[in-house]
Design a protein around this ligand. Sequence first.
Ligand code: C2E
Ligand code: CA
Ligand code: CA
Length: 749
Amino acid sequence: MQAVEGHHFLIMKRKKESIFKVGYVIGLLIISVVAFAWYSHILKDELRELVRNTLKEVSNQNVLVVQKEIEGDLASLDEIAERISAMGETDEEEILDVLRRIEERYSFKRMGFCRTDGILHTTVDDIADVSEREYFQAAMRGENHVSDPLIDLMDGEEIIVFSAPIRSDGEVIGVLCAPYRVDSLKEVLAVSSFEGEGYTYIVERDGDKIVDSTHPTSFQDMTNIFTSMTEADERNNQAVEDLKLILDDGETGYVIFYNKVDKYMYTTPLGIKDWFLIDVVPVDFMENTSNYIIHRTYLMCGILAVVGAVIAFLIMNEERRKKQRIQNLLYVDELTGGNTLARFKMEVESRIQQHDKKIAIIKMDLDDFKLVNELFGYKEGDKVLCFVSRTLKESCRDGEFMGRSNADRFYILLLYEEEKEVRQRILKIAENIQRLRLSETLEYLLHPVFGIYYVEAGDNSIEDMLDCASLAHNMAKQAKNGLYKVYTNEIKEKELQKKQLSDQIEHAYRNHEFVVYYQPKYDSVTQKLAGAEALVRWRREDGQMVSPGLFVPLAEESGFVCKLDEYVFREVCRAQKQWMDRGLGIVPVSVNLSRRHLDNPEFIDEYKAILDESGVPIEYIQLEITESAMFEKKDEFVQIMERLHDLGFMILMDDFGTGYSSLMMLKSIPIDVMKLDKSFVDDYDDERGERIIRCVMRMAQDLSIAITAEGVETEAQYKFLTSVGCDTIQGYYFARPMPGEEYELHMQA
Ligand code: C2E
Ligand code: CA
Ligand code: CA
């Protein structure tokens, strides 16, 4: 089970991001809403203006119609009055006759005429006293006049009365009157405007009705428009106030009032008396077009918003996926699908912060993974890694997890109460890993090796914890057939010493503390000196010797070993030359070449230059390189060996049998001598060991490679090796490594 908890870091990061994103979206939303509100506000204003203009136009037209009707009638009356004036002194009947004859041509209800006494004679033979009427008095003053609405005394109908003076010699001698039915005006105005939705009133400045409307939605029985508005709905108070102001000013203007629905009321002064034309039309009708535009706009904005949202969503989604991909790259191991080391460390960090359980950090690798690749191929190797990853994952319980750093290097975090649980679980994991059958025919067991570090209270550097597990792991690897090692303080001590030693090497080098020893090699048959191997020694100032087994690996780690090797090479050349010049019978001396030389092949030219400068013939200097170096950088290895060989150096393959040389490889490398490792020599007396030695010997002979046996300590070993055909013998049986002055004595003069 892979732990899901402890993703604090990731989650917190994501939380921050999403808060940021939500803020961003809300910000955008607010901006869009404000922009949209602003835009629709402007749009509404524009459309209102448009509505007002339409209203104005319609109203102006109505005004013209009314003006034409009333002023036309007034002008006709005036004309008739002039004709009557022109008749001179006539009696009433004569005048009435004339009027009766022409009456039909006009839209008057009837006509009448009175003399200065105000007694009205009508064309329908009525007589009435109108001397008190304003229209009479105004005409008497010489004006053409239109009266306010009056009730027809004869039939109760609503009328307005036109009046015009009749003159004789410039004197007003009578008045011509003609009532006009208000209903006629109504009919004129009822000509449908706004598709029958609109209607028109004429009112006086004080709101009193002149002409109301027959329109079904108009105010019925209106006497005063203000009163009707107030009665219709109390919400109209403001509209009434506004309308009053407009009428008082005698301007055009509009209000919106409520009578079942919202309505526009557009007023225009008629230019007749203090009359105003009021056009009424429902707001909805007027705003239908504008609403249509606005709705379309809303729809467009809506569509744009949706499209924008979809695009934003897609972009964000893509971003998220990109991030996910990057995170996967960082945190998901491509090969096994498990955690990467980076992810492992992150998980450890968050786990450490929970103090509920004790934690063990474990490093694991396979002791022989390289061999798996060599034997079964890389594809199979990858399968093994996936299997191991899966096995580790499956062994993880709640809150535990694993990760892979590279190659076969795995890390596990286990939780425990007692240390022995961890050991038991490791045994179980090893068992599970060893279940893998790599080949049907070949019995092959994987060898997992573990280094355990029990995290202590106060530990907080993850790197340090991993280092501790690594140290324990190294120790486990060094111990032959070790399964695991627990990190202890002694390991730490040793590590510290190593570190100190490594720090001291360079100083020792400058201080000339390194000297070259020589170990002679003997011809197995003649037992004569056949060569020597140069071995470096560290002699401290106080005379104490440090074993190369201790410091060479350290120098290899730091890379300093190359300098050391070159020093030995130079020393050997110098010594050989000196012995040569002194006439001693020198034999070839082999110099060790660290695997680190594979990193920079320039050393070849330097070595050649040193050799040439010394004047020693090249056959007296040989080069030893360890077999296991070949597996790290195969191609470089082969190239370097070829170049050295082409230059004329003899190549000795050191420690043969400790690495895993594919025997076929030997064909492609120009090896002159194979140095059989001491472990082979030690095993000569068991049957299997013997068989292997014989087999190797035969193969070497086939390839024309000479054999030197290393670490020969006993006569029995010597005899056996000689019997199977070893060419040269190196070992304590004949001689130990010794200083140059001592080695000198072994050479023949
Ligand atoms: P190596 O190259 O395999 O050297 C042979 C080692 O076997 C030497 O150990 C030698 O003293 C030891 N030896 C020889 N005969 C016997 C024997 O009969 N019995 C036993 N038990 N040991 C025997 P030494 O000198 O301690 O060197 C250890 C290793 O350090 C060398 O192994 C080599 O890998 C490395 N080394 C020594 N000098 C140099 C050097 O100048 N350069 C490099 N790169 N490595 C060096
Ligand atoms: Ca050697
Ligand atoms: Ca060796």
